[in-house]
Design a protein around this ligand. Structure first.
Ligand SMILES: [Ca+2]
Ligand SMILES: [Ca+2]
Ligand SMILES: [Ca+2]
Length: 376
C-alpha cells in the first residue's frame, strides 16, 4: 500500500516536473557566443547570439555587466510594435501582409508594395518605392498620456519633401506622432523631423545630422515630456517641447507615408521597426542600436547582440557576466547559464596553449638531455 502510494507520488512529481520543463521558454546560446570565462585583450567587444523556443513569449530580459549590473528588456508588454519585415511564410508574411511580432500581434496590410528586399539591415527589409507604397497597421492602442520611443533602421534612395516614414494617427486632428523627412517641412534636406500632437497643437524636433542617401542609419525618437533624437545610438538633439502630453486614439500606424497627406511617400528601405509606449533610457536606445530581436517562426526567436560600451568606445577592462531570462503567458520562466567575459590589457594565453607550451618545453628539455647523454 505504502509502496503503491510512493510510486503514485513519484509519478505525479515526474509529470509535474516534465510539464513545467516543457512549459518554460527554452534559451540556448548559439555561435559565435564566447564560451564561459573568455579573456579578451584586443577587440574589446563581444557577440552574443541566443535562440528562444517559446510560442507565447511575453518578456525577455538581458542582464549583463558584473561591475554595474544592467538589466535590459528586449521584449515586454511595453513594446507595442515589432516589425522584422523578413517575409517569413511561417508567420504568414507575403507582399500584402506583414507580421507584427509584439505581444499585440497587430494586423498589417501593405498597399501598392511590390516586394521585400533581401538586402535588409537584418535579413529582409521593406522597400518603399516613393510613388504609392505604404503599410497600414490597424490597432486598438491608445497612447494618450503615454511616453513614447520609436526606433527603426532606414536606408533612403532619394530625399523627398515631407515624406512620411513612420507615424500613428491622422495628424489633421493634432493627435498621434510621426517621423518624416524635414525637407520643406521646417527642416533642411536630409534632416528627419519627429512630431507629437496633444489634441490642439504639435511639438517637434529635428535630427542635427543631415542623413545621406544609400546608407543605413538607426534612428530613434523619444518623448518623455521632452524630445530626444538619436542617430546610430548617439543622442544628438534634446529639447523641451511645448507639448507636455501626447493625445491619441486607436488610429493605425503608417509606414512609408504621411497619414494626413496621403501623397508624401518615402523612397527607400525600412527595417526592424520598434515602438515602445514608454521612454527608453539613453543606454537602452544604444542597446537597440547594437542588437536585434527576431521572431523566426511560430515558436522560435533569435537575439543578436554586438556588445561594446557605446558607439565610440570599446568596453572598459573588467568582468562582464551576462544571462537571459524569458517568461511566457503563464509567467513560466526560462533562463540560461551566466557566462563571464573578462576584458583586460595583458596578453593572456588560453589554458590549452599553456599546457601545450609546457609540453613543448618538456619535450625539448628531455630531447636535449638525451642528445647530450648520447654524445657523452
Ligand atoms: Ca508601388
Ligand atoms: Ca529585417
Ligand atoms: Ca526606390
Amino acid at each position: 500500500m505504502i509502496k503503491k502510494r510512493f510510486w503514485t507520488v513519484l509519478t505525479l512529481l515526474v509529470l509535474c516536473y516534465t510539464y513545467s520543463a516543457l512549459a518554460s521558454p527554452l534559451i540556448t546560446y548559439e555561435n559565435p557566443t564566447s564560451p564561459h570565462n573568455t579573456y579578451l585583450n584586443i577587440n574589446k567587444t563581444f557577440q552574443i547570439n541566443i535562440s528562444i523556443v517559446e510560442p507565447a513569449l511575453r518578456k525577455l530580459t538581458f542582464s549583463w555587466n558584473a561591475s554595474s549590473p544592467t538589466s535590459y528588456d528586449y521584449y515586454s508588454h511595453s513594446l507595442i510594435l515589432l516589425l522584422n519585415l523578413n517575409n517569413r511564410s511561417s508567420l504568414f508574411e507575403n507582399s500584402s501582409y506583414v507580421a507584427d511580432s509584439s505581444i499585440y500581434n497587430l494586423t498589417s496590410v501593405s498597399t501598392n508594395v511590390t516586394n521585400y528586399t533581401l538586402s535588409g539591415r537584418y535579413e529582409s527589409a521593406f522597400d518603399f518605392d516613393g510613388v504609392d507604397d505604404y503599410l497600414n497597421i490597424s490597432n486598438n492602442i491608445n497612447l494618450t498620456g503615454r511616453n513614447l520611443t520609436a526606433s527603426l533602421w532606414m536606408k533612403r534612395d532619394t530625399t523627398k519633401n515631407c515624406a512620411g516614414i513612420l507615424g500613428k494617427g491622422d495628424l489633421t486632428t493634432t493627435k498621434g506622432f510621426a517621423i518624416y523627412e524635414g525637407q520643406s517641412c521646417g527642416g533642411s534636406s536630409g534632416q528627419l523631423k519627429f512630431l507629437i500632437g496633444n489634441g490642439s497643437t504639435f511639438g517637434d524636433i529635428y535630427t542635427r545630422s543631415v542623413l545621406s542617401n544609400n546608407r543605413w542609419y538607426h534612428v530613434a525618437f523619444r518623448f518623455d515630456g521632452n524630445f530626444s533624437v538619436f542617430v546610430d545610438g548617439n543622442l544628438e538633439n534634446n529639447t523641451a517641447t511645448i507639448v507636455s502630453r501626447m493625445a491619441d486614439d486607436p488610429a493605425p500606424f503608417y509606414l512609408g507615408t504621411n497619414s494626413w497627406a496621403g501623397t508624401q511617400f518615402y523612397d527607400g528601405l525600412v527595417d526592424e521597426v520598434h515602438v515602445w509606449n514608454r521612454s527608453l533610457s539613453n543606454q537602452e536606445i544604444y542597446q537597440e542600436f547594437t542588437s536585434n530581436i527576431e521572431r523566426y517562426n511560430q515558436t522560435q526567436w533569435y537575439v543578436f547582440i554586438n556588445q561594446s560600451k557605446n558607439t565610440t568606445n570599446e568596453l572598459n577592462n573588467g568582468s562582464y557576466a551576462h544571462t537571459f531570462d524569458a517568461f511566457n503567458n503563464l509567467n513560466a520562466q526560462g533562463s540560461i547559464e551566466t557566462r563571464i567575459i573578462t576584458i583586460g590589457s595583458n596578453p593572456a594565453l588560453a589554458p590549452e596553449w599553456n599546457n601545450l607550451a609546457i609540453f613543448a618545453i618538456l619535450i625539448i628539455t628531455i630531447g636535449g638531455y638525451l642528445y647530450r647523454s648520447k654524445k657523452e
